[in-house]
Design a protein around this ligand. Structure first.
Ligand SMILES: [Zn+2]
Length: 302
């Protein structure tokens, strides 16, 4: 069974008039309910102390009191904000932390049907991201066990700038981001390995580059992989500049899940971006992602 954390507030915590395609969570959960190898679980709320591992207390408290100023909110987006945005944000971070615990406990794969909020920095949010659950999970895992080598593998079409920034001085976490160079964020941060791809890159070149990167960083030497699995690299995505097909994304996912099936490395999946028009294409790609993860888990057990 693949455990995935999901709550209706992932959709309902965003105002229906926001430009963000909030229905993607609900549509995906409806599809995944039909998979017998996937179990949807309710996420808990992350605590203030947990958030403080990766974030500035003043930023956390201002957000929790729903008192971020206009400029800070504009930088995040998802507007107009509903009061439910606080609970939504805490459940997303909580779900990622629970997925982390399950992946470590079972040495398997677990995930969150949201999160991958990699544009959030220590003291401000950006690009639909409020708290950085990838950095949070990395620092939480290190708190549980000091001598670990963690790979933050960010394959969203946008650079994991917040993750790179928060983890810049943490040598036990290797941050790798493979993204479209021309895309948001326009001011990039430095990950341990950044690969900025040319616009309209297709499946074949993408896989060559991914395979080379995995060899170069010796991906099989890590104790834990945090996989930001955004599907906004899809050709039909409205916010991506790449040209991957659904099949190309399946190959990408396979390459990552092999690290669990062949080397027993625990993997946490963070959903990440996906803004295709129509949104069903994004939902298809995410359904593939989680179905492949469920398959990898059952083949590792066999
Ligand atoms: Zn993205």
């Amino acid at each position: 069974m693949l455990p995935l954390f999901y709550h209706p507030i992932y959709t309902e915590g965003i105002d229906p008039s926001a430009r963000f395609p909030r229905e993607r969570y609900r549509l995906l959960a409806e599809r995944l309910h039909k998979h017998e190898t996937i179990e949807l679980r309710e996420p808990r709320l992350a605590t203030r102390d947990e958030l403080a591992l990766a974030h500035d207390l003043r930023y956390i408290d201002t957000f929790l009191a729903n008192q971020l100023d206009e400029k800070a909110m504009r930088r995040i987006g998802l507007r107009p904000w509903t009061p439910a945005i606080v609970e939504r944000t805490l459940r997303i971070a909580g779900g990622s932390l629970q997925a982390l615990d399950l992946a470590l406990e079972t040495r398997g794969i677990a995930g969150n049907l949201a999160g991958g909020t990699h544009h959030a920095y220590r003291d401000f949010g950006s690009g639909y991201c409020i708290f950085n659950d990838v950095a949070l999970c990395a620092l939480n895992a290190l708190q549980q066990k000091k001598d670990q080598r963690i790979l933050s593998l960010d394959l969203d079409v946008h650079q994991g700038d917040g993750t790179a920034s928060i983890l810049a001085r943490e040598p036990r976490v290797f941050t790798c981001s493979i993204h479209a160079q021309s895309n948001f964020p326009f001011r990039k941060q430095r990950s341990d390995l950044d690969i900025g791809l040319e616009d309209q890159l297709g499946d074949l070149s993408y896989m060559e580059i991914l395979e080379r990167a995995m060899d170069e960083i010796e991906a099989d030497r890590f104790d834990l992989i945090l996989f930001q699995a955004g599907v906004d690299t899809l050709a039909e995505d409205a916010l991506g500049n790449l040209a991957l097909t659904r099949e190309g994304l399946r190959k990408r996912n396979q390459k990552v899940f092999e690290l669990n099936a062949q080397h027993g490395i625990p993997i946490v999946i963070f959903m990440g971006g996906g803004y295709a028009k129509p949104i069903e294409l994004t939902v298809d790609a995410f359904e593939d992602l989680f179905q492949q993860a469920a398959q990898a888990v059952s083949s590792a057990r066999a």
